[in-house]
Write a protein that binds this ligand. Structure first.
Ligand code: TYD
Length: 136
């Protein structure tokens, strides 16, 4: 059975949305295989976002993702990587459709920063890499 890695980011935790996000997972029928609250270190973030560390917006990601605890977990189910990405919605909340987590719980910010509640692995390779990074 396929697995994916997810994060409920600091804005989701701060805004008491953990239950709302997990409820969607459960109602959709995916299995919650792991679930844990964590503080994220800069080192862990650099490894997780290895593809983005050179981007101009990376410092914003660091301050956002270290602004409070996150909830991390592993979901299991048929085609769960793709399905979870669809459930999250588009990266920028202003592009995220209603019915998605980002489209229902987040909105664009005036300063252009992106706070979008959740993360999900984008491929089987990323899922394996991220599960090993965060849980092994
Ligand atoms: P990315 O992996 O491209 O998007 P997703 O989270 O939808 O898989 O980007 C990771 C995070 O980086 C994204 O959730 C928010 C942040 N980000 C920005 O702040 N600005 C940007 O222009 C992009 C592309 C991402």
């Amino acid at each position: 059975m396929e697995k994916t890695f997810f994060i409920i980011k600091p804005d989701g935790v701060r805004r008491s949305l953990i239950g709302h996000v997990i409820a969607r997972v459960e109602i959709r029928g995916f299995t919650l295989e792991k679930l844990e609250m964590r503080d994220v270190s800069r080192e862990m973030l650099d490894r997780h976002y290895a593809d983005l560390v050179d981007k101009p917006f990376y410092p914003e990601i660091v301050s956002y993702m270290t602004s409070g605890p996150v909830v991390i977990g592993v979901l299991k189910g048929s085609d769960v990587i793709h399905s979870w990405r669809k459930m999250m919605g588009a990266t920028n909340p202003s592009d995220a459709l209603p019915g998605t987590i980002r489209g229902d719980f987040a909105h664009a910010s005036d300063d252009g920063s992106v706070e979008n509640i959740v993360h999900g692995s984008d491929s089987t390779e990323s899922a394996a890499r991220e599960i090993a990074l965060w849980f092994d």
